[in-house]
Design a protein around this ligand. Structure first.
Ligand SMILES: [Zn+2]
Length: 87
């Protein structure tokens, strides 16, 4: 299981950019069903952290040598820096 992040910009609800944590499971077993470099379009629901409403967005994720995307979940939103003190 690999965690990645994706930025939705602009958010259709509030117009800001939000970064989400993705959990992607790739399957090497099915490797060959898709080619490296293919773009997978995956529709998921996201929650806008500003308005707490959900919206649908289509992610475009490139297949790579780690195997085809078998499962993709949205784990949450990356907290925005509030006072700039920490990374
Ligand atoms: Zn938003």
């Amino acid at each position: 299981m690999i965690d990645e992040t994706i930025e939705i910009k602009p958010c259709p609800l509030c117009g800001k950019a939000h970064k989400y944590i993705l959990s992607i499971q790739r399957s090497t077993y099915l490797f060959g069903a898709a080619s490296k470099g293919d773009i997978r379009k995956i529709k998921r629901l996201f929650t806008c952290p500003k308005s707490n409403e959900t919206f649908e967005s289509v992610l475009e994720i490139k297949e790579d040598e780690r195997g085809i995307i078998a499962k993709l979940d949205i784990m949450g939103v990356v907290e925005e820096k509030k006072n700039g003190g920490q990374k």
